[in-house]
Ligand binder design. Structure first.
Ligand code: HEC
Length: 253
């Protein structure tokens, strides 16, 4: 009987296991992140600086289709700050009386402006490889935030004998096959930080990685808090049940 049950179960498990054939890349060193672990919460100053990096650098190539300007309020901005950020961006605004496409300033309800009008245009502008959407990248990218940080800070002089497999490819040990079609996006002093933090490459990489992790799951800290509350409540119920049991059975010897 057991065997009859176990065989299909094992088969089902094999089918359910994701078939990941990740190309080899150097393992990313672990970083200390404010949002790590069950008690982790986001360092909102870092999230805000990371948004500055996204807005000033990454947004030239990477879309963030699942995120609205209004979502930025949750990183500690006022409605007015959100309105100003949105209004500075122009998004497609339908057509005018002549049928020509027009643009309008974005509002809090609009999704982030897409840098390219179509996936084909995104690929054509980037040597044939479209930059991936960044809305959930920190969640779905193999290696997660550690590897995003390693990748952003990992461009270096290639070893002797390295030949790019195609024009526009860059050596980076943390990219799949040690090569990537993204030019090194960060360098020292590239970003203007409103809080005066010195914008080194490492700082920019840390901050934008924190922003990408936050944007992928902005409710992480609340979920952690709820989890702890539920655990405490269940512990309390367990103690109560134990005391009640002792009392009910106290006459029985
Ligand atoms: C000039 C355009 C451009 C800019 C600016 C840019 N990227 Fe990219 N990015 C790309 C392209 C193209 C790819 C796809 C590369 C590939 O698959 O070879 C990519 C891929 C990535 C990947 C996935 C890498 C992988 O292994 O598949 C990450 C992570 C990433 N970019 C992060 C960033 C961050 C963070 C910024 C801002 C600091 C940024 N990018 C700025 C063009 C850009």
């Amino acid at each position: 009987m057991k065997k009859i049950l176990v065989a299909p179960l094992a088969a089902a498990l094999c089918l359910a296991a994701p078939a990941v054939h990740a190309a080899p890349h150097a393992p990313a060193p672990h970083q200390d992140w404010s949002f790590d672990g069950p008690l982790g919460r986001f360092d909102m100053a870092a999230v805000q600086r990371g948004y500055a990096v996204y807005a000033q650098v990454c947004s030239a190539c990477h879309s963030m289709n699942a995120v609205t300007y209004g979502d930025l309020g949750a990183m500690g901005l006022t409605d007015e700050q959100v309105r100003q950020i949105a209004a500075a961006q122009s998004v497609p605004g339908g057509v005018d009386a002549q049928g020509e496409p027009v643009t309008r300033p974005a509002t809090a309800a609009d999704h982030f402006r897409n840098p390219f009008p179509s996936p084909e245009a995104a690929a054509a502008a980037n040597n044939g490889t479209p930059p991936p959407d960044q809305s959930r990248l920190a969640l779905v990218y193999t290696g997660g935030p550690d590897r995003i940080y390693a990748l952003l800070t990992g461009y270096r002089t290639p070893p002797a004998g390295y030949r790019p497999s195609h024009p526009g490819a860059f050596y980076n040990p943390y990219a799949a096959d040690g090569e990537i079609s993204m030019p090194p996006p960060l360098h020292d002093g590239l970003v203007d930080y409103a809080d005066g933090t010195p914008a080194t490459t490492a700082q920019e990489a840390r901050d934008v990685t924190t922003f990408l992790a936050w944007v992928a799951q902005p409710h992480l800290a609340e979920r952690h808090r709820l989890g702890i509350q539920v655990t405490l409540y269940l512990l309390f119920l367990a103690v109560l049940a134990f005391l009640l049991k002792r009392r009910i059975w106290s006459d029985v010897h």
